[in-house]
Design a protein around this ligand. Sequence first.
Ligand SMILES: Nc1ncnc2c1ncn2[C@@H]1O[C@H](COP(=O)(O)OP(=O)(O)OP(=O)(O)O)[C@@H](O)[C@H]1O
Ligand SMILES: O=C(CO)[C@H](O)[C@H](O)COP(=O)(O)O
Length: 405
Amino acid sequence: MAVCTVYTVQSLNSTCSISTPNKTHLGFQQKQVVFYTSSKRSSKRGGGGITCAAADSQTIVIGLAADSGCGKSTFMRRLTSVFGGAAEPPKGGNPDSNTLISDTTTVICLDDYHSLDRTGRKEKGVTALDPRANNFDLMYEQVKAIKDGIAVQKPIYNHVSGLLDPPELIKPPKILVIEGLHPMYDKRVRDLLDFSIYLDISNEVKFAWKIQRDMAERGHSLESIKASIEARKPDFDAYIDPQKQYADAVIEVLPTQLIPDDNEGKVLRVKLIMKEGVKFFNPVYLFDEGSTISWIPCGRKLTCSYPGIKFAYGPDAYFSNEVSVLEMDGQFDRLDELIYVESHLSNISTKFYGEVTQQMLKHADFPGSNNGTGLFQTIVGLKIRDLYEQLTASRAAGSLQATKA
Ligand SMILES: Nc1ncnc2c1ncn2[C@@H]1O[C@H](COP(=O)(O)OP(=O)(O)OP(=O)(O)O)[C@@H](O)[C@H]1O
Ligand SMILES: O=C(CO)[C@H](O)[C@H](O)COP(=O)(O)O
């Protein structure tokens, strides 16, 4: 016979969950809960319980999608720096953990949801990009739980051994960033995202970066790098690349158009594609919102050596979405002069004049600091801070209203 247990949740406007040995993480938002069990044992005595998190302290979830070696870690370092404080792996945990925790943010790597380890993938003949090598049910359940204020035991994929290690505890942070190959692949996970970013690195540039890192830092041969890129391409095209249609912001990195037939890949043309109509996200603009602008800032106020710098801005369409696109081709000679460019950009969500330039100077040694990749990653970091502040303010206002009612 079913036993009915009634729990009264103390605080209004809380997001709560019941956990039992058999079923976990049932999110609900109400004052009183009727909980049915199939035996006389109540959920509390069975090792479960109720957990509640105040609605105005709910975790905000950001998704960052990109292929491996496309600058996700660099972007994350810029983002956590905007919030202040350094991001570190969980203290006293697995030294091969992929997680980075700072005061405000926790970054989890979605590689941790690989369901097949390196040997398993080899035996089945699938790549890590293939959805069959990943556990989207668990990814959804755990991201939802964290968003609802509930800590989870997240698995760890060990990139050193290629094995799945024992799980680590992830407590709900203010901002959870899920970065990796598939943050927007599964609709259930996608719907949990408060903001999403896709790093779209063209094949030519991806190849140049992979060579730079994997040859110089990891001792791979040119042939093996080429072979790995080729082997991943069909699955990249099928499962990773299509996610960009869902992103609120896309940073697209292309070879320069300033040097005819350039094949060195050192000078880059970078586009920041920003979706219109996203709540709490106002796209950045150059000079005049909604106009089409082309701007060469080189001259008296900005030092430019060959091939110079060119900016462009204007409205466009991207996968049938209305977007604004800001583009920078070329690279800066002197980072301190970036203030001149910054002063012509609007809606950059800075807290003081020159904050973009200050952030760029602070991390001048990060890859991409002299071009549009670093500039746009920094701006997106500031936009995420702004979105976080607006979202939390609106939730707090909502809670206050509900308490008064
Ligand atoms: N903006 C950039 N400009 C030039 N090179 C870059 C840039 N971003 C990244 N790279 C190059 O790509 C390499 C990989 O960058 P990063 O580690 O940030 O990528 P990732 O997506 O986190 O990689 P993985 O998923 O494989 O860990 C860097 O070592 C660097 O060589
Ligand atoms: O695409 C990747 C994302 O980082 C990796 O290749 C994938 O996670 C498998 O890792 P490894 O090559 O270490 O077994």
